[in-house]
Design a protein around this ligand. Structure first.
Ligand code: SAM
Length: 268
């Protein structure tokens, strides 16, 4: 079989499992092509592709999330029930490791790190996970716009319905950041706990993303603990990665430290 057809056959095998069929096709094919160069045996290529895709996506999410039920939970809240909305949002945020780790500091996280630019009028939340559920805790302008994207289709579909339900001026779309860097102008881009993953996909990708985003400000954050919960010197590693990322740039950088996460507000 010619190389391209062979790779396509591999991609078909990888996506035979629903879990991988629901990911952005560009990411699946990119990782499959890369793994096909590393291994000879088909089974090894498929296994290794699935492992990498899992590390980038599924590892963060609880298995088998019933998005229809969650949407129903939000729908059944009465109008103006702010406490109910926050309680339901917090429960759902527990299903994604990144938002789960932020719950404890959520009341101050965005209020502190976005204070210098609030009220925020437009947000581009990239590799968003369930972070858009934090909107009630963000210092946003009355008429804000919000664009959220990720590579996991069921999650993105849920967010689209969630935005519609609350009549936000917001959009959710599938976007593989390693394939396409959005160019729309925004006041704030969120790259939360995302840059280490982009470096895993391609060395130097974080730099490309930060340079090319058409955002006045970027809030880039790094985790201070691994998925397994250990700290393992992550702070020093990521601090030095970030320092290299912005070295020699005339950008204003403001740093905000939280127990599990460090945030940098970059103003271009
Ligand atoms: C560490 S989590 C961060 C989630 C969210 N930003 C937060 O901090 O709550 C990384 C997210 O990136 C998404 N992701 C992985 N690869 C991606 C890619 N190539 N493009 C866009 N999103 C990606 C995953 O599905 C996951 O939701």
């Amino acid at each position: 079989m010619p190389e391209k057809e062979e790779d396509q056959a591999m991609i078909d095998q990888v996506t035979r499992s629903a879990k991988y069929a629901q990911l952005a096709g560009t990411l699946v094919s990119r990782i499959t092509h890369e793994e096909a160069k590393k291994y000879k045996r088909k089974q090894d290529i498929i296994q290794s592709t699935r492992t990498r895709l899992h590390q980038l996506t599924g590892a963060y999410l609880a298995p088998k999330i019933d998005y229809t039920q969650w949407l129903h939970n939000f729908k059944s809240l009465s109008l103006n029930d702010e406490l109910g909305l926050k309680a339901t949002s917090l429960s759902m945020m527990r299903l994604h490791a990144s938002t789960y780790e932020r719950i404890e500091v959520l009341p101050t996280f965005f209020q502190t790190s976005l204070a210098p630019i609030s009220p925020v009028k437009s947000v581009l939340d990239l590799a968003c996970g369930l972070n858009p559920l934090s909107i009630p805790w963000m210092p946003l302008a009355d008429a804000f716009t919000y664009f959220a994207s990720d590579v996991v289709a069921p999650l993105v579909n849920f967010l689209a319905h969630y935005f519609e339900l609350f009549a936000y001026n917001a959009k959710a779309s599938i976007l593989d950041l390693s394939y396409c860097i959005p160019s729309q102008p925004v006041q704030l881009a969120l790259l939360m706990k995302t840059l280490p993953l982009m470096e895993q996909i391609e060395h130097g990708l974080s730099q490309k993303i930060i340079e090319n985003l058409n955002a006045e400000h970027i809030l880039a954050t790094y985790p201070l603990r691994s998925l397994g919960g250990r700290k393992k010197g992550m702070e020093e590693t990521y601090r030095s990665q970030f320092d290299q990322l912005v070295a020699g740039r005339a950008w204003k950088i403001q740093e905000f430290s939280f127990p599990n996460e460090v945030a940098y507000l970059i103003t271009k």
